[in-house]
Design a protein around this ligand. Sequence first.
Ligand code: NDP
Length: 334
Amino acid sequence: AKVLVTGANGYIAVWIVRILLEQGYAVRGTVRSASKGAYLKKLFEKEGEKFEYVVVEDITKDGAFDEAVKGVQAVLHTASPVVFDVKHPDELIIPALHGTLSVLNSVEKFGTEVKRVVVTSSCAAILEPHEEGYIFSEKDWNEFSIKETAEKQEKALPIHQYRTSKTLAERSAWEFIKDKSLKWDLVTILPPFVFGPLLQETATKESLNFSSDLIYQGVVNPKTGDDLYAYAGNWVDVRDVALSHVLALQKAAAGGERIIVSAGYFAWQDLYDALSALPTPLPDVPKGVPSTTRAPPLVYSSAVAEKLLGVTFRTLGESAHDTIVSARERLFAA
Ligand code: NDP
């Protein structure tokens, strides 16, 4: 079978492509320029014709994916901006929302063989202020960021602008399929911060994707004081997220579901402790100030992922270790 992966050169997507190829699928990846495609073609050289790329310069254009969806049996839509230095929320919302709709429109019109579409959403699409101890699940929707962004526009916190883009994009996908009788169904995957080794092109430190940079910065600029014990976020390993996307297109029961894929929550001290506890600790990583003090976390339930996808998650120690080794290899290669 052949699978279309949009934004194939992204951090998560390159892992998805790799797992698909390892499992024997043929893959067509979309990228925004030929040079990004050439990097992937080289990376997957030994797969020969099983990996191909097509350039889709502007994913928001009507019909952008009309050609790309022809002859594939499944579509994984990952392309969406993960940047926080925009001048206006539309820079995030338009590509996220219209990119998603453009993929779905093309599938509806020309994806005659498509059986399933998997859209990469985010825990950003569920995260809202709640009382302490609340456990987030797939029934939650982030109305809060949408309201913030609608009211404050470019003055809203960048994180709310990003979360708005992800929430509107995912919601538009569910609205698109509602009340339609289609030959394909939809799954959305919702990861929190994604860590783990890098396969994508990373020429410089500045070219690290957002979530890899976050963990990298936490190692090169160690946290101190209360920042050690503050809730830092939920996380998941990129290999587990990628495998979850592949399982989401294989498991019949996943059809029609939103699925959170989260390995757990962390404070920076947890990450430093996990690194220290490894059988062979890495050199030059912070130890923090070991303590059992922790601020209350937010928790995302992965019960649906465990049940429907049967996925198990790597540990924080393994994921953090592999991220750091990989980032150091990439960024300090001789
Ligand atoms: P990357 O930044 O590595 O990849 C993003 C991909 O989307 C790239 O292929 C990029 O292409 C493409 N893209 C970005 N902006 C646009 C645009 N305006 N038009 C067309 N394509 C665009 O990020 P990730 O791999 O981390 O993210 C992939 C998906 O996973 C996104 O949907 C993101 O929201 C989601 N996600 C990521 C999390 C994380 O912690 N990393 C957590 C939860 C969800 P180009 O290289 O040309 O810019």
